[in-house]
Ligand binder design. Sequence first.
Ligand code: IPM
Ligand code: MG
Length: 357
Amino acid sequence: MKIAVLPGDGIGKEVTVQGVNVLKAALGAGHTLELHEAPIGGAGFEACGDSLPAATLDLARNCDAILHGASGVAEDERRLPQQAAGFALLRLRKALHLFANLRPAFMFPELIGSSTLKPEVVDGLDLLILRELNGDVYYGEPRGIQTCSNGEREGVNTMRYAESEVERIARVAFQLARKRRRKVCSVDKANVLETSALWRQVMIRVAAEFPDVELSHMLVDAAAMMLVRKPRQFDVMVTGNIFGDILSDEAGMLTGSIGMLPSASLGAGKVGLYEPVHGSAPDIAGRDIANPLASILSVAMMLRYSFDLEEPAVRIEQAVRQVLRQGYRTADILEPETRLVGTREMGEAVAKAISQA
Ligand code: IPM
Ligand code: MG
């Protein structure tokens, strides 16, 4: 198993160390694990003047799977998008054709008290946001900042989806729903946007191939509301790149903390990319307080989707539940009568739970 480890910036570095340790613990001696580390994001820029160094991209292409931490530095929000460290990730997703982004939001019963929502609203929550990851306003051309004839500047981005792009993500949505509760809710803004009107038509067309799966549609504003009002109605939510970005942060909070949310980005090829949904959080970086569980749960997704190793994947997920049951909590999920631990101690507790199982 050849894995590219791209810790990136900020807390990405700290949580990835724990993800890797848990991976080693879960695999034991039976597998040959080849780990190759490379810089990305601000770390890539510092190392070689490019947030996605050619050697990093090369390595990523030639591995079976990629474990990414987080890419982004404190100055990013003052820069043009293309200069921001997170842009490296967008280039990587595109270069490897990783178009299907799976972001499951699962309520661990042990964490029900750390959700900001009432327990009866989130109890039993188990949904999957399937975010299209290679199109939309993220990549549409034209884009840029231009000067108009009156001398004023305007920013331009283009929302665009081709039928074939919608079709392929729709198929993934219906196939995933078949392994779950057979419900797909497609989220769009078809009352305003032509891109969404076409998206909806294609969803309906592809749904005909999956008569055993129920398809519904929801406008994105209503979906944002329903996620906090009645989130258990959702099984698979399929949506475009930008709506999926926003809704997945929201879904993360339902489960107590975005620090719990793993993700998998899959494509037509064999390489998959696994990463926490959270960002690099420069404000808390380097202090051993970040929650490593999203990275650890991303490793479980890697074993499941890239290597078809269901058994160690489940072992990791059960170990996470066990340490939560034992009361281990990082600051983001801390509750009264639980035990505050740092990034490292949480990761070590999970690794230990695996080796003792
Ligand atoms: C995410 C992140 C990225 C995105 C950023 C870092 C470019 O927010 O993975 O959700 O917008 O896709
Ligand atoms: Mg995001």
